[in-house]
Design a protein around this ligand. Structure first.
Ligand code: NDP
Ligand code: 8X3
Length: 252
């Protein structure tokens, strides 16, 4: 039987790379995101390899998510995998200078959007049972504090704890849950974070040999193809060039 995978945020970065990786492995795909043209282009590309269904969806739109998931075509409604990938960071200013709208957007996308897709798709994953899996995109920012991470890092700490807690409630169902916690990766993530500032983006990655979306896709494929009795709880990845800075001390 073909395995079906639901990916939130498949129009760029990790989600797009996962779509390609799992298509090559023969999984059917439900690809979601807000940018319809990109979904169409990816669907055109991957339909030669596998069955693809696209949903132009904002994960913050609970009603839209409910409707789209309730009306998935029969061919795609028996899910084996969910990659909760849609997410973003906005800005790196210190908290007192931040815009509350940006904080709302991060909370609504990274936390509430992930909760909607998880809760709405759980019955289908449980129906699949043994061998099914949810992969959440956490971050090193969910564990390690750094200046300007405030709300973004806090949303990823939520994702980490929610992933661990979910495992308890799924015991006996066979459904696995994994939190992937990447460090510096090269995608549109930093363009979004810096409001499209290409110079800041280039400076972020210069000389860093950052992790690539294809590396993350390979890792997620490995996680979801583990034997069904194995759950990878969490997995933290950094480029070799990235390590922890020391504590800072204010001597003013
Ligand atoms: P990209 O910016 O390249 O991709 C983000 C994806 O999320 C896009 O497909 C975008 O689609 C989608 N998305 C954003 N907001 C929404 C929304 N409201 N509704 C639906 N889809 C949305 O970033 P990455 O691939 O790097 O990031 C993917 C995930 O990995 C994020 O959760 C991020 O926090 C996390 N992460 C990233 C790291 C990095 O360094 N790059 C490191 C650690 C974690 P569209 O705009 O079309 O809606
Ligand atoms: C993205 C990784 O280091 O920019 O989640 O917070 S980092």
């Amino acid at each position: 039987m073909t395995s079906t995978l639901f990916i939130t945020g498949a129009t760029s970065g990790f989600g797009e790379a996962c779509a390609r990786r799992f298509a090559r492995a023969g999984w059917s795909l439900v690809l979601t995101g807000r940018r319809a043209a990109r979904l169409q282009a990816l669907s055109d590309e991957l339909s030669a390899l596998t069955d693809v269904h696209t949903l132009e969806l904002d994960v913050r739109d609970r009603h839209g998510m409910e409707q789209a998931i309730a009306t998935l075509p029969t061919k795609f409604d028996k899910l084996r995998g969910l990659i909760n990938n849609a997410g973003l960071a906005l800005g790196t200013d210190p908290a007192p200078k931040c815009n509350l709208d940006d904080w709302d957007t991060m909370v609504d996308t990274n936390i509430k959007g992930l909760l909607y897709s998880t809760r709405l798709l759980l019955p289908r994953l449980i129906a699949h049972g043994r061998g099914a899996g949810i992969v959440n995109l956490g971050s090193i920012a969910g564990t390690w504090p750094y200046p300007g991470s405030h709300v973004y890092g806090a949303t990823k700490a939520f994702v980490r704890q929610f992933s661990l807690n979910l495992r308890n409630d799924l015991v006996g169902t066979g459904v696995r849950v994994t939190n992937i916690e990447p460090g510096l990766c090269e995608s549109e993530f930093s363009l979004v974070r810096f409001g499209g500032d290409q110079a800041k983006y280039d400076a972020t990655y210069a000389g860093a040999e950052a992790i690539q979306p294809e590396d993350i896709a390979e890792t997620i494929h490995w996680v979801l193809e583990q034997p069904p009795h194995i759950n990878i709880n969490s997995l933290e990845l950094m480029p070799v060039s990235q390590t922890w800075a020391g504590f800072s001390i204010d001597r003013s």
